[in-house]
Each structure stands twice: as structure tokens, then as C-alpha cells.
Design a protein around this ligand. Structure first.
Ligand code: ZN
Length: 148
């Protein structure tokens, strides 16, 4: 594990570790300079098969989900921990459906519900990509439902 302060690639002591369904967050202390830093080790696949719009199947890709959420939350007052919690909620709620195959639209709706609670600008950004608005009218309609 490389230290981000002194770049030493040595053993760092784990001073705190928090596991969740979706990964492990570790607080480490560098042997070289003694500074502390955090590492995230994510589990990258959930045991869920996603059925896409064109009926093709693929594994639930949490990395892809996180990228989408990160982009939607860019420059918004949303922390890494909040995004992490959102992703864990999405995975938990998707698993709670109790299905081995889940429609991608279903997962999209869960993500939108969670984003709506977290940050409404991020929600609209995500919706504009996910819903694939073709016209300004569709976009305005989505915002109108938000304002109501
Ligand atoms: Zn160091």
C-alpha cells in the first residue's frame, strides 16, 4: 500500500477498519512518515444479473454504477461517504427484491429514488442521462415533477 504523503511502498498499519456489504474502508498509518490515510476496497460485483433494455444480460457492475453517480454528483456538496452509503442502499434494495435477474430500469428507479433524497441537482443530472431525454420538453417535464 503506497503512502500518499511520502510515497513509501511499505507496510502500513491498519488503525481502523469498517466493513459493509459493498466493501471495506481502512484507516492506515504509514510506517515511514507516520501519517494517516484512508483506503477503500470495493467489492465490484453483486450476485445479481441485470437485464438490459435490449434483453441482454450482464452482471450488476457496481463500478459502473459508482461512476454514474460520481458524475451526477460532480461539484455538488456530496461526500464520498454519502455516495458510498447511496450505493450500499441501492445494492441492498436491489437484493431485497429477491430476484436473480433484475431489469436495469428497476435498478435505475432505485438509484433515482436514492439520489432524489441526497441531492436534487444530482438527481436531475442522473435522470437526464438515464432517461435519455431526447427533447428539452422531456427534460422540463422531469424538472416540473420535481418542483411540484
Ligand atoms: Zn508515509
Amino acid at each position: 500500500m503506497k503512502c500518499p504523503y511520502c510515497n513509501a511502498d511499505n507496510e502500513s498499519k491498519v488503525v481502523d477498519s469498517r466493513s459493509s456489504r459493498e466493501g471495506v474502508r481502512r484507516r492506515r498509518e504509514c510506517d515511514g512518515c507516520g501519517k494517516r490515510f484512508t483506503t477503500y476496497e470495493y467489492i465490484e460485483k453483486a450476485n445479481i444479473i441485470v437485464v438490459k433494455r435490449d434483453r441482454r444480460r450482464e452482471e450488476f457492475d457496481i463500478v459502473k454504477l459508482r461512476n454514474g453517480v460520481n458524475i451526477a454528483c460532480a461539484k455538488r456538496p456530496v461526500s464520498i461517504d454519502e455516495i458510498q452509503a447511496l450505493i450500499e442502499n441501492v445494492v441492498r434494495k436491489t437484493e431485497a427484491l429477491g430476484l436473480t435477474e433484475v431489469e436495469s430500469s428497476e435498478i435505475g428507479n432505485i438509484v433515482m429514488d436514492e439520489l432524489y433524497l441526497l441531492d436534487q441537482i444530482a438527481y436531475i443530472r442522473f435522470a437526464s442521462v438515464y432517461r435519455d431525454f431526447k427533447t428539452v420538453e422531456e427534460f422540463v417535464k422531469q424538472i416540473a415533477t420535481l418542483v411540484q
